[in-house]
Design a protein around this ligand. Structure first.
Ligand code: SF4
Ligand code: SF4
Length: 321
């Protein structure tokens, strides 16, 4: 993939160009040291390549979004698209791979697709740490531009069009500059998981041991870029109107498996821990067999007792149990 060498003004000019489309957001480190996705107007505000505590699902699949209202005897759809940003910049590759997974999950959700189609994505070189365990990749992350220190790569038609607009800030084309190096894996990738390995692991002591430590706080799932459980909540008002909204749910919460009659089909923390692991490594439904863990390490950083998907995967790979 051909890279283009940029001038020092390129990043600022890119931000100005994107701002003409609407709100531009990116990872910003707050005074409390926490990285969050925030609106940005200058490249200096950005912590490019850092992982925001709550990943891109905050933007493409926000919690609490209203989807329809029943008013005066009729339904009307609610989009709530106005607050969504036009562009995300400085995004680490693993968050974009996570977004690619959500794209498959919500492939038939019109609201999701509208948000996605209008969203311009600019990737940056990541800032890895000891919690990372990204798998090797055969494809570039889904984005429009990948911005390195002094090089930019276009990965879509939108990206090419942006580079045409910004041509005064491009010095030369550099076929030798490799994008592959920018998305090289960090940390030790998780060992492969399989249906058999997982199904035969119920007696493996790792589940009981880790479940005894787990608080069921749900932090790991809340911060995971590929966790997307949600609940539908209907709010009825005295005037007869009803609004349905979708709010993030969490498979670690006891109510998640509770159904009518009081039966809990996922009672106990061991069952919930196994469920989340199964979802991450093996997938469900049409996406069965696809590993959705992008190795971002957020769950480990967020977990108050340091429960690690990698450590569980390694123990299962040893085949004890
Ligand atoms: S399971 Fe953990 S490491 Fe894997 S994608 Fe989710 S938060 Fe990241
Ligand atoms: S963050 Fe840790 S303690 Fe909390 S639910 Fe997840 S594994 Fe359990």
């Amino acid at each position: 993939m051909e890279g283009r060498v940029i001038t020092s003004e390129f990043a600022g000019a890119l931000l100005e160009t994107l701002a003409q489309r609407g709100i531009v957001m990116g990872p910003v480190t707050g005074a409390d040291g926490v990285v969050r996705l925030r609106p940005v107007t200058s490249w200096l505000q950005l912590s490019a390549g850092a992982l925001p505590r709550i990943p891109l699902k905050k933007v493409v699949f926000p919690s609490g979004r209203d989807i329809w209202r029943w008013v005066d005897g009729g339904y009307s759809a609610v989009d709530g698209k106005d607050a969504s940003p036009a562009a995300l910049v400085g995004i680490a590759p693993c968050d974009l791979y996570g977004l690619a997974y959500l794209d498959r999950v919500f492939a038939e959700d019109e609201r999701y697709l509208r948000r996605r189609q209008e969203l311009v994505l600019v990737a940056a070189v990541c800032q890895p740490d000891d919690s990372c365990s990204c798998p090797p990749r055969t494809e570039f992350p889904p984005c429009d531009l990948f911005l390195g220190t002094d090089t930019v790569w276009a990965l879509s038609e939108v990206g090419e069009s942006l580079l045409s607009t910004l041509s005064p800030f491009i010095r030369e084309t550099q076929p030798a500059l490799s994008l592959e190096a920018m998305v090289a894996p960090h940390g030790t990738p998780l060992p492969e998981s399989s249906e058999d390995l997982f199904r035969n692991s119920a007696q493996n002591p790792v589940w009981q041991r880790e479940a005894q430590r787990c608080f069921s706080c749900g932090a790991c799932s809340a911060v995971c870029p590929t966790c997307y459980c949600y609940d539908a909540i209907d709010t009825a008002l005295p005037d007869g109107s009803v609004t349905r909204s979708l709010a993030w749910d969490n498979c670690f919460f006891r109510e998640h498996g509770l159904v009518a009659g009081g039966y809990d089909f996922r009672a106990g923390r061991k069952a919930r821990l196994m469920f989340r692991f199964e979802h991450k490594r093996l997938g469900f439904g049409a996406l069965r067999g696809i590993d959705s863990c992008v190795g971002c390490g957020r769950c480990l950083r967020a977990c108050p007792v340091g429960i690690s998907v990698s450590a569980i995967a390694e123990e299962l790979a040893k085949g004890e149990g």
